[in-house]
Write a protein that binds this ligand. Structure first.
Ligand code: ZN
Ligand code: ZN
Ligand code: ZN
Length: 368
């Protein structure tokens, strides 16, 4: 086969690949979508119109009912310790089975939690190859403003992202990457369709005699990237020469959670509480919640006031607040003191899961 037939000839009319990003000014502005900044990267973020966010009532508070502090029994405390030491190879279960309890001291540990569920809207121009699909352009009406684009809200408190194409923002334009050609010059062979043979250094011969087996003596090989054509189907328009542009709205629902536990247990590391649940004896859920009032633990009341005000100022300027929930959990914590082998020890049982925290544990051989 003659190589001229096999290889495409260089075509100066097929352009090099254009920019993958749209050139500035390539697209027309759509009312309500151009003048905002502050989203991810270059994408505009739209603060909700003030009327979309709830306004907190002044001087409003929330009361909390009385609660009772739970105590674990000796059996529960022992079972929890046994389960714990059996999960650790370095501890023997013998002391746990044979220890003598001296005291089980319950602590009142409250955890305050504020959840604020928000919705945020940003937009970006997107495109797809245009092959004759319906074009929902401005002739069908004015595009709704970012916060007027209808979406289906997900289940409350779930983190979700939804992408929606803005109605009437569609239009067709010549592909910017191939300049409407549908094909782009191959970047690997610069449009020649072939590349220098690297085995024979383009001489066609190996060790100056033998015909090169890689290029069959031609000195060059067909470009694998473009199959010898010198050009490729444009990856942006897929050969369709035109692109369908539209504004894509990204709607993000997010649950923001803030936890607070007063630091009052000197012998117990507070971070351990993060992994366990408590008993949520007080749950207050509303569009906006209000600072706790009259609860016996003042630090919890202060945390509620502070966190609520923080969330309001943090989220109302950028997002729409859809729901808030404040919870007070009673997180079980018992300090169990015992003696074993004539010495005194202690450990903590914590959380609804009855997890155990041990700082010092007797070794199996400390008793004979
Ligand atoms: Zn060769
Ligand atoms: Zn090529
Ligand atoms: Zn193209």
């Amino acid at each position: 086969m003659d190589e001229k037939e096999e290889l495409g000839s260089f075509d100066p009319n097929i352009p090099e690949e254009g920019p993958s990003a749209l050139p500035p000014g390539w697209l027309d502005d759509v009312d309500g979508y151009q003048s905002h900044q502050g989203g991810e990267g270059e994408n505009p973020l739209y603060p909700p119109p003030p009327a979309y966010n709830p306004q907190p009532e002044q001087n409003r508070n929330t009361s909390v009912p009385d609660i009772r502090v739970p105590v674990v029994s000796e059996d529960v405390a022992r079972d929890a310790l046994l389960k714990f030491v059996e999960s650790k190879w370095k501890y023997s279960s013998k002391p746990a089975r044979n220890l003598t309890f001296k005291d089980l001291k319950p602590f009142t540990v409250y955890r305050y939690r504020l959840e604020t569920y928000t919705e945020t809207r940003t937009s970006a121009w997107e495109f797809e190859p245009y092959s004759g699909q319906h074009v929902d352009g401005p002739q069908f009406g004015v595009s709704p403003l970012p916060w007027d684009v209808p979406v289906t809200a997900p289940q409350r408190y779930s983190d979700t992202v939804q992408k929606v194409r803005v109605p009437h923002s569609f239009f067709v334009k010549m592909c910017h990457k191939c300049n409407g050609c549908g094909r782009t010059r191959c970047g690997r062979c610069h449009g020649r369709g072939s590349k220098r043979c690297t085995l024979c250094h383009a001489t066609g011969r190996i060790r100056s005699k033998k015909r090169c087996t890689s290029c069959h003596g031609r000195g060059h090989r067909r470009c694998i990237s473009c199959h010898g054509h010198g050009n490729k189907t444009c990856t942006d328009c897929n050969g369709n020469q035109n692109l369908l542009h539209f504004i894509q709205l990204t709607v993000t629902w997010k649950n923001h959670v803030a936890d607070f536990i007063p630091d009052r247990q000197p012998d117990f590391p507070d971070r351990k509480f993060e992994k366990v649940t408590g008993d949520p004896f007080f749950v207050d859920e509303s569009l906006l919640v209000y600072p706790l009032h009259g609860f016996p633990d003042q630090e919890i009341c202060d945390a509620s006031r502070k966190t609520i005000s923080e969330h309001l100022s943090r989220f109302t300027s950028t997002s729409r607040i859809l729901q808030q929930r404040q919870t007070i959990e009673l997180v079980p914590l018992t300090q169990a003191s015992y003696s074993y082998g004539g010495k005194d020890y202690d450990y903590h049982v914590y959380g609804m899961e009855n997890k155990v925290f041990v700082s010092k544990y007797p070794s199996a051989c400390s008793i004979l």
